[in-house]
Design a protein around this ligand. Structure first.
Ligand SMILES: [Ca+2]
Ligand SMILES: [Ca+2]
Ligand SMILES: [Ca+2]
Length: 155
C-alpha cells in the first residue's frame, strides 16, 4: 500500500516536471489520477471549434474533459471562462454523450436557461454561466472558444 502510494507520488512528480507549463490542478478526491491541461491561460493558443479543441487534446494524449462529479464541475467553473468540454449530441439529437462514448448520468445543465435548448444547431457542450454551479450550455460546435483537456494517468 505504501509502495503504491510512493509510486503514484513519483508518477505525479515526473508528470509535473514534464508538463509543468500546462498542468493546472488535480481534484484530490478523484478516484483515479487526472491531469488537466490549461488552454485557458496559454497565451499561444487561440480559441478553437469543438472539433479542433478535441484534436488539440488528443495530440497531448488526452481528450476534452469529462465531468464526472460535482467536484470536477466546481473545478472547471473556477476558471470563469467559456470552455468546451467533452460533451456532444451530434450523433443522436438529444442524447448527450461524452467523448469516451458513455451517456451522461450526472449532468449540470443550466436549468434556469432551460439548457440544453439548441436543438439540432447546438450539438456541443460548454461551460457557459460559470457563476452558477450548474453551468452547462449546448452551443454550435463551430463556435470558437477555449477548452479544457483531461488526461487519465491511473495505472
Ligand atoms: Ca473527469
Ligand atoms: Ca443538439
Ligand atoms: Ca443552448
Amino acid at each position: 500500500m505504501l509502495c503504491l502510494f510512493l509510486l503514484m507520488g513519483l508518477i505525479t512528480l515526473v508528470l509535473l516536471c514534464k508538463y509543468n507549463r500546462n498542468i493546472i490542478s488535480m481534484p484530490k478526491s478523484s478516484q483515479a489520477m487526472h491531469v488537466f491541461y490549461d488552454d485557458v491561460s496559454n497565451i499561444s493558443s487561440e480559441p478553437k471549434s469543438w472539433e479542433e479543441s478535441r484534436q488539440n487534446c488528443r495530440q497531448k494524449g488526452a481528450d476534452l474533459m469529462i465531468i464526472n462529479s460535482r467536484e470536477e464541475q466546481n473545478f472547471v467553473n473556477q476558471f470563469k471562462k467559456h470552455l468546451w468540454i467533452g460533451l456532444t449530441d451530434s450523433e443522436t439529437e438529444g442524447t448527450w454523450k461524452w467523448v469516451d462514448g458513455t451517456q451522461t448520468t450526472t449532468s449540470y445543465w443550466n436549468q434556469g436557461n432551460k439548457e440544453p435548448n439548441g436543438g439540432t444547431w447546438q450539438n456541443c457542450g460548454e461551460i457557459d454561466n460559470y457563476n452558477i454551479e450548474d453551468s452547462w450550455n449546448d452551443a454550435p460546435c463551430s463556435n470558437r472558444q477555449f477548452w479544457i483537456c483531461e488526461k487519465r494517468v491511473s495505472p
